[in-house]
Design a protein around this ligand. Structure first.
Ligand SMILES: Nc1ncnc2c1ncn2[C@@H]1O[C@H](COP(=O)(O)OP(=O)(O)OP(=O)(O)O)[C@@H](O)[C@H]1O
Ligand SMILES: [Mg+2]
Length: 234
């Protein structure tokens, strides 16, 4: 079976300078890939290039065997959704209106069960939410679109470890129960590895290491070596 998401030889950057080079990975349906790496390694750039938000200089991206174009709207309709690091929520709208915009035919209820806190904040303007609450809203909004492939850029950004630890299992469950394929960009390595099936570490825009998350949980030194650009001894 073809992977839910397949990225092959992807290069992309800004104003003629490549920030990621020859990046390849696959994410089967129902699995979580943790995309790790230090600041500036190219994690966000990779996600943006996958969904077509920035131009790809080289490489191919496909979802369920079909090529993903460079139109983010079209890719969203094909089931590929990005939760960007700036969250993509509308600050002037209420929580309720933000969620209604996602327009899920099945209604809001199934997703809201995972985010009880959002019910309590129903009519509050999004701009008045705390960082963590905005994070929850962004994730809820993305899940309401019933994506098949979800790319999440730093879910835990600005969150207390406990709050981040509450959101991660939601992604795991979506993978297990709905077959969602997840690419999770994270600074909290242990948290990401705790829910991931596979992990890739980027260093200076290149994939420095890819392996099963279980293998990396058992040998964290390999992750650290890849972070710092030391060659993987394996
Ligand atoms: N809009 C932009 N214009 C020019 N250069 C950019 C832009 N965005 C990112 N870069 C550069 O591209 C490289 C990769 O950045 P990217 O944001 O992908 O890293 P990252 O791994 O997501 O880092 P972080 O963990 O800090 O979010 C960096 O050198 C960064 O300075
Ligand atoms: Mg980033």
């Amino acid at each position: 079976m073809s992977a839910a998401l397949r990225v092959a030889g992807l290069s992309a950057g800004y104003r003629g300078l490549l920030a990621v080079r020859d990046v390849s990975f696959e994410v089967p349906a129902g699995t979580v890939l943790a995309l790790l790496g230090p600041n500036g390694a190219g994690k966000s750039t990779t996600l943006l290039a996958v969904v077509g938000a920035i131009r790809r200089a080289a490489g191919e991206v496909s979802a369920f065997g079909g090529p993903l174009g460079r139109r983010t709207e079209q890719n969203a309709r094909a089931g590929v959704t990005l939760v960007p690091d700036d969250r993509g929520v509308f600050h002037r709208l209420s929580v309720a209106d933000n969620l209604r915009l996602a327009r899920n035919p099945a209604g809001l209820e199934p997703v809201l069960d995972d985010f009880p806190r959002l019910r309590a904040l129903w009519s509050r303007r999004c701009g008045l939410l705390s960082g963590g609450e905005q994070q929850m809203l962004a994730l809820a909004k993305a899940l309401l679109q019933q994506p098949k492939v979800l790319l999440v850029d730093e879910l835990s950004l600005g969150l207390a470890p406990r709050a981040a630890g509450e959101l991660m299992p939601i992604l795991r469950r979506q993978a297990d129960e709905r077959g969602l394929a997840v690419v999770l960009v994270e600074q909290h390595v242990d948290l990401a590895l705790s829910i991931a099936d596979r992990a890739a570490v980027l260093h200076h825009g290149r994939v420095a290491l890819v392996d099963d998350a279980a293998a990396l949980r058992a040998d964290r030194r390999r992750v650290e070596d890849a972070y710092f650009g030391r060659t993987d001894p394996a």
